[in-house]
Design a protein around this ligand. Structure first.
Ligand code: ADP
Ligand code: MG
Length: 125
C-alpha cells in the first residue's frame, strides 16, 4: 500500500459497505476509521497490506478490514490507545477515535516486527 492507493482503497471499502446494505452513517464511520488506519500504516508502518472482506455472524452482516504492516511496531499499546498520545505531532485521536467508530477493534503489535489492526463494522452495529 502506497499513498496513491489510499483513494482507490477507500472507494473499495465504500463499495463493499454499499453492496451489503450498510446505512450511510455506519458507512461514514467505517470509511473514517479506514482512512485513519491506512494513514497510520503508511506514516508509522512504512506501508503494508490492507484487506476488505464482507462477513456474517448469525444474522448479522458486516465488513472486516485488516491493516498489516512490518514496521517498527508499537512499544506500549495501552499508551498508544490513549486520547492525545502521538509520536507524530498530530492530534493523536486516531487509534482511540477509530475504536469508537467501529463495532470491533483488535490491535496486535510486536516491537521490531510490525502491527496488525483488525476492525469490524456490523451493518446494524
Ligand atoms: N502502524 C503503526 N506502526 C507503528 N506505530 C504506530 C502505528 N499506528 C500507530 N502507531 C503509534 O501510535 C501512536 C498513536 O497513533 P494515533 O492514535 O493514530 O495518533 P497519531 O496518528 O495522531 O499519532 C502514533 O503516534 C504512533 O507512535
Ligand atoms: Mg493516526
Amino acid at each position: 500500500m502506497k499513498e496513491q492507493d489510499v483513494v482507490p482503497y477507500r472507494n473499495r471499502v465504500k463499495e463493499h459497505a454499499v453492496k451489503m446494505g450498510m446505512g450511510l452513517v455506519n458507512q461514514t464511520k467505517l470509511i473514517t476509521a479506514a482512512s485513519e488506519l491506512v494513514r497510520n500504516m503508511l506514516k508509522y508502518g512504512g506501508g503494508g497490506i490492507a484487506t476488505i472482506e464482507t462477513i456474517s455472524q448469525g444474522r448479522e452482516n458486516g465488513v472486516r478490514l485488516v491493516f498489516a504492516d512490518k514496521g517498527p511496531g508499537i512499544k506500549d499499546i495501552s499508551l498508544a490507545m490513549k486520547d492525545g498520545f502521538t509520536t507524530g505531532r498530530s492530534l493523536g485521536l486516531g487509534l482511540p477515535g477509530t475504536k469508537r467508530l467501529v463495532s470491533e477493534f483488535l490491535l496486535e503489535s510486536t516491537e521490531g516486527k510490525g502491527t496488525t489492526v483488525t476492525i469490524i463494522k456490523w451493518k446494524n452495529g
